[in-house]
Design a protein around this ligand. Sequence first.
Ligand code: ATP
Length: 390
Amino acid sequence: MTMKRVGLFGGSFNPPHLGHTRSAAEAARQLGLDMLIFMPTGKPPHKDIANDSPASETRLELVRLATCHIKGAAVMDYEIKRNQVSYTYDTVRELMSIYPGCELWILMGSDMFLYFPNWYRADWLLKNTSLAVFPRTDDLKEILTYAEKLQSEGANVRIINEQPLVISSTSIRMLLAQRKGREYLSDIVYSYIIKNRLYGALPDFDWLRRKVDMMMEPDRRAHVRGTENTAAELAVRWGVSEEDARTAAILHDCTKRRGRSEQLNILKKYGTMSNISKMTENVLLHSETAACIAASRFGVSNEIADAIRYHTTGRAGMKVLEKVIYIADYIEPARQFPGVQTVRDLAFYDLDAAMIQALENTLSEIKKRGIEPDKRTEDALADLRRGHVL
Ligand code: ATP
């Protein structure tokens, strides 16, 4: 394949952010590149990959996701596969042999440009390639001076004309663990990071609510918001993580609109087949499948998944978070049925008493309808009665 103008953009991309992709796409446009190669580094020569970073293959996958919408973009694993310190010089030699006669542009941010004299075989690179530089701050003085110096020595340097996005992967890694930083990443990259809990990332609540809203009928949203707010208050009252309670509440009904066969498919996919025979009712299936989706798509902890899993049936030995979600779902403000007010009154005063009351109400309601209750509900009640002292 003949390529006239090829751009090479290397980096740790840990993770790849909009500063990388917007700058590179804009450079490709301004330079008229035929191909824009993103090359995640294996072992960068100038810095270590941060501790607790995902495996190189995961960074590679993140770069694929981050660049899938950019015309002419390709992601190469050449440096990652080399498994030794990667020098741009070696990569350029390799690319020149793959695309003989191409005009090769090395793309970089202003920080890497100012560091350029330290690059391995910088003189050779200046003679044989061209440099495209993206500003990372509004202050262009230093890079313009240095570019002029290199140009006067015969190098081909172009400063890309664009508004910088002032962000680095290092700051994003820190923000992600605080439920922030989403605005610097493409949605597909952010979703992947959350799903796999990379960088200790926790989901931004607005993002999570929006994703779950899209999974359910609009008229269920008020119930889910009510459950979330009630769960948050109960969590504070009973000393468990408010954030975990919100997460579980937001996700607790996320599969409820799905039909029975779809629910069974989810169970088959995530390998929790053991309870199927008992789950004849859609109403029981949805809590199991919501727990599966919460873990597999939104990366929640086992504790949160269990709070979702047992929000319909309860079980013996319920943890406080499980009780909080069970009761929040039962008493949230939109719930209006006989007996709900008694449970509401108890919930902030004696959580176990509220649980006992709610379970008794539920069991008698189920039996009235002639349905055999799930054994876990009876176990939950017996267990709570045993441990409860009035
Ligand atoms: P870290 O914070 O981990 O050092 P980084 O955000 O600087 O990461 P790298 O993957 O090291 O990103 O950078 C790859 C290339 O992208 C470098 O040439 C760098 O200058 C450039 N770059 C990084 N962030 C931006 C940005 N916000 N705008 C333009 N270029 C950027």
